[in-house]
Write a protein that binds this ligand. Structure first.
Ligand code: ZN
Ligand code: ZN
Length: 135
C-alpha cells in the first residue's frame, strides 16, 4: 500500500514528514532507529517534527515503537489490519552482532502460567542472539 493511502485510511492529513517516515520504513522492511529514518527524510527531518509525527503515527496504529535495553529505540510499521499492534503484541529479535532488530509477528508472548493471584497486563519479549546472517 502507498504511504498516502495508509494516511488516508487512518484519517490523517498527509504531511511530508509523515509520508517520508512511512516510506523509509516500507523500503527498509525492518525496524529503524531515528538516525536511520532521518537520513531518508532528508530536508523533511527535524527533531520536533519527527517526534510529533511518530506520536501521531503510533497513536493511529500505523507503527509501533520497540525499546531495547532502555536506550535503543526503533520504529516498525504495523501489518495492515484492524488490530493495533504494539511492542507487547509480538516478540522481537535483537542481533548482538549487527544490531539488527526484527519483528517476530508469529511469536506472541505468553500466556504464562503465573502463581495464583497474579495477572498479566503486558509483557515484552526481546530475544537476543545472532541473526541468520551473523550466526
Ligand atoms: Zn546479525
Ligand atoms: Zn514489532
Amino acid at each position: 500500500m502507498q504511504a498516502l493511502e495508509i494516511l488516508q485510511q487512518h484519517n490523517l492529513k498527509k504531511t511530508s514528514p509523515r509520508l517520508a517516515i512511512i516510506e523509509a520504513l516500507q523500503s527498509s522492511g525492518e525496524p529503524l532507529a531515528e538516525a536511520e529514518i532521518s537520513v531518508t527524510m532528508g530536508s523533511h527531518y527535524d527533531r520536533t517534527t519527527f517526534y510529533r509525527s511518530m506520536l501521531t503515527l503510533e497513536e493511529a496504529g500505523i507503527l509501533h515503537r520497540i525499546i531495547v535495553d532502555k536506550q535503543l529505540v526503533k520504529y516498525a510499521l504495523n501489518p495492515a489490519g484492524p488490530n493495533v499492534k504494539s511492542q507487547t503484541d509480538h516478540a522481537h529479535f535483537y542481533c548482538n552482532s549487527c544490531k539488527k532488530l526484527v519483528c517476530l509477528e508469529e511469536i506472541h508472548p505468553g500466556p504464562y502460567r503465573l502463581p495464583a493471584g497474579f495477572q498479566t497486563s503486558e509483557s515484552e519479549v526481546i530475544i537476543k542472539g545472532l541473526c541468520n546472517k551473523c550466526s
